[in-house]
Design a protein around this ligand. Structure first.
Ligand SMILES: *Cc1c(COP(=O)(O)O)cnc(C)c1O
Length: 235
């Protein structure tokens, strides 16, 4: 792309992505891993179209969304234009949205109960789509937060693997906002190790380097890529 065809928004997002990728590579190196060991999932929820398209123009292809309906509106049309797009669902999933989610997403990061695991396994098999899943763990045991409690993880892994054959790739967590995140990330990595699960989705704009130091393979960054989500009336 020539400089003349680059809009200010494209320049801004492209610079944000370059800076983030450099920080991710540095943090990966500090944890003794190559940059490719960590994938940046750009969290595009609530972002205006111009910012999404700018990230795509900059070559970014892995995006996270937390609502099925919103993601369908944003991505269904764009999927065709970007065959190498990878969409991750990072928000809670109701069983009545499972079919829509499986049709759109490549990875579901928020499996947190046996009923949802069974519904996903059935629909993934029926649709024959190449979708895999992460179990979200409520490491802080917060009552209002989604995710399986750590004490119930073993049983949910067993349901996924032995009972319904859900393709399980790893674990995801969102630490309590008011606590130091590092112990939560270390705990998630330990749980993933225990179950032989390679993928660890942890870390957001404010703490992704800490997460990488604790073994994150995927970091979910929204504001760091796109800017603040509060756009009001402007784009
Ligand atoms: C919104 C969101 C993020 C990104 O948060 P930022 O602080 O904007 O980077 C990450 N993970 C989940 C589950 C989210 O809902």
């Amino acid at each position: 792309m020539t400089a003349a065809s680059t809009s200010p928004i494209e320049a801004e997002i492209s610079a944000n992505l370059a800076a983030l990728n450099a920080r991710i590579a540095a943090a990966a190196a500090e944890s003794g891993r190559p940059a490719e060991a960590v994938t940046l999932v750009a969290v595009s929820k609530v972002q205006p179209d111009a910012r999404i398209d700018a990230a795509l123009a900059a070559g970014h292809r892995v995006f996270g969304e937390n609502r099925v309906q919103e993601a369908m509106e944003r991505w269904t049309g764009r999927r065709g234009a970007y065959p190498d797009l990878r969409l991750h669902l990072i928000g809670p999933l109701q069983t009545n949205k499972v079919r829509d989610a499986v049709a759109l997403f490549d990875r579901i990061e928020s499996v947190d109960r046996p009923k949802l695991a069974r519904a996903l396994a059935r629909v993934i098999a029926e649709e024959g789509r190449d979708v895999d899943c992460l179990i979200q763990v409520n490491t802080g045991e917060e009552p209002q937060k989604a995710g399986v409690l750590p004490k119930d993880l073993d049983d949910l892994v067993r349901v996924c693997r032995e009972e319904c054959g859900l393709p399980l790739a790893g674990l995801m967590c969102i630490p309590p906002v008011e606590q130091q995140p590092a112990p939560h990330f270390a705990f998630l990595a330990e749980l993933a190790d225990r179950h032989g699960l390679p993928v660890r989705s942890m870390g957001m704009s404010g703490d992704f380097e800490t997460a990488i130091h604790q073994g994150a393979t995927h970091v979910r960054v929204g504001t760091g890529v796109f800017g603040e989500r509060d756009y009001g009336d402007k784009v």
